[in-house]
Ligand binder design. Structure first.
Ligand code: A4P
Ligand code: MG
Length: 413
């Protein structure tokens, strides 16, 4: 799954109708999920023959399983469906769909150049793109979209750029080699934070995440530790703290996976012991250790990971197991917030049905149940949780501590 950005432009005929139809065709394309669309801007034509009409321009953010060439073919097919004729360079067109960015890919062949070669010099692309992702780093030029836009306007950003609200913050995310933890690590990096990646044993997976983090133009390093071991937890805090001379953000995301792989066939009691050790005891030890250091150093933010149904209840072994472990984390987080206020903020996220390793393989009955029980009618994505985490650890949330934020598609029971 890759996040890509697509530019839309039209300056012939019913321009807004062409944009609407192009977006609707994108939404209906298999393997493409339109996440967000920028405002539409009316813009003066750049280049091309004299006297052509003004353009409407917008940018769409999509999430896709398709490769970049495949995605380009989809875009060209939509252009064709909508009556695009290719005549002169930069001539008027009913619809133009360009692939601006495809993750952090840098690529060039005769069919496709990524990032789009003129992206950085065109306000009609940069302005709508900056509405969606001001902090996104151009993978070649290594400056943010907001900076590129300012440059086109003859301005220079002074101080921290928009969308880079965590510049200078040092963060650690436990369990960030995959799934939700990885999404959080990448999201904090996109906001400008340096991120320490933690994994249990796979150095390779951790290094891969760290490599991705660095592409956002920030520092990253890897620390491995088995959180089921209390001594390893204390060592992790010590090593992480000394790595960059302190930490500003600590996110306890790691949890034992008792749903997939070999663990799925463990006895109830073995699963319980594992969840209590990795989810509960480790979160408590880590947050107390790091919380004390942050308080002594003058401040910091801790974020823990609960579960929305720990409060409402869910039937079955997994419901009981996660209610006991995640419920404990949620209750503990409130008390710790009181202990560490006002210097350190402590909050908790309570995700609902998020499509991670288990969700990918869940039975049809589960898929239907998730749809039925979620008012927003879809699985949550790791990125949904990451977006909430980014906000909760940012200065924008500085008046929030001791809170539990449900990221669950609207379930209120
Ligand atoms: N191609 C290579 N890389 C890409 C990519 N990342 N995305 C190749 C899309 N296409 C890419 O494109 C020409 C060839 O570029 C394709 O065969 C593809 O394989 P095209 O869409 O057939 O032709 P075009 O649209 O004339 O070229 P292009 O490059 O899309 O033009 P531009 O640079 O986008 O300029 N003024 C305003 N205000 N608003 C506009 O939207 N657009 C243009 C078009 C000019 N002036 C404008 C606007
Ligand atoms: Mg084009």
């Amino acid at each position: 799954m890759t996040i890509a950005y697509i530019a839309l432009g039209s300056n012939l005929g019913a321009r807004d109708d062409y944009l609407r139809r192009a977006l609707s065709a994108l939404r209906q394309s298999e393997g493409i999920e339109v996440l967000r669309v920028s405002p539409v801007y009316e813009t003066r034509p750049v280049g091309g023959p004299a006297g052509q009409g003004a353009y409407l321009n917008a940018v769409a953010e999509v999430r896709t399983q398709r490769g970049p060439h495949d995605l380009l073919v989809v875009l060209q097919n939509i252009e064709q469906q909508l009556g695009r004729e290719r005549r002169e360079k930069d001539g008027p067109r009913t619809i133009d769909l360009d692939l601006l960015l495809y993750g952090d890919l840098v690529h060039q062949d005769e069919r496709l150049t990524i990032p789009h070669p003129r992206l950085h010099e065109r306000p009609f692309v940069l302005q709508p793109l900056a509405q969606l992702a001001p902090g996104l780093l151009h993978p070649v030029l290594k400056c943010s979209i907001a900076e590129l836009l300012a440059e086109q306007q003859g301005l220079r950003l002074y101080g921290s750029a928009p969308g880079r609200e965590l510049v200078g913050r040092r963060a650690l995310v436990t369990g960030s080699t995959r799934g939700i933890g990885r999404a959080i690590a990448l999201e904090l990096a996109a906001a400008g934070a340096d991120v320490l990646v933690h994994g249990r044993s796979s150095r390779q997976a951790a290094e891969e995440t760290a490599e991705r983090v660095r592409l956002a133009g920030v520092r990253s390093a890897v620390r491995l530790a088995d959180l089921a071991d209390a001594e390893a937890c204390r060592r992790l805090v010590e090593e992480a703290w000394t790595c960059w001379g302190g930490l500003d953000v600590w996110i306890n995301n790691a949890g034992a996976d008792t749903l997939t792989g070999e663990a799925a066939s463990w006895s109830f009691e073995r699963k319980l012991r594992e969840l209590l050790a990795v989810d509960v005891t480790a979160t408590i030890i880590l947050s107390r250790e790091i919380g004390r250091r942050m308080r002594d150093a003058g401040g910091g933010v801790i974020l823990n990971m609960g579960w929305d149904q720990a409060e409402s209840g869910m039937e079955g072994d997994s419901g009981e197991l996660f209610a006991a472990s995640k419920g404990a984390i949620m209750a503990f987080s409130r008390s710790l917030a009181l202990s560490l206020a006002p210097a350190v903020r402590v909050n908790c996220l309570a995700p609902g049905w998020i499509r991670t390793a288990w969700g990918e393989r869940a039975s049809l009955a589960w898929q239907e149940r998730v749809q039925r029980e979620t008012p927003l009618r879809r699985w949550g994505r790791p990125e949904d949780v990451a977006a909430a985490a980014r906000w909760l650890v940012s200065p924008a949330a500085e008046f929030l501590t001791g809170q539990i934020l449900r990221v669950n598609g609207g379930v209120v029971r």
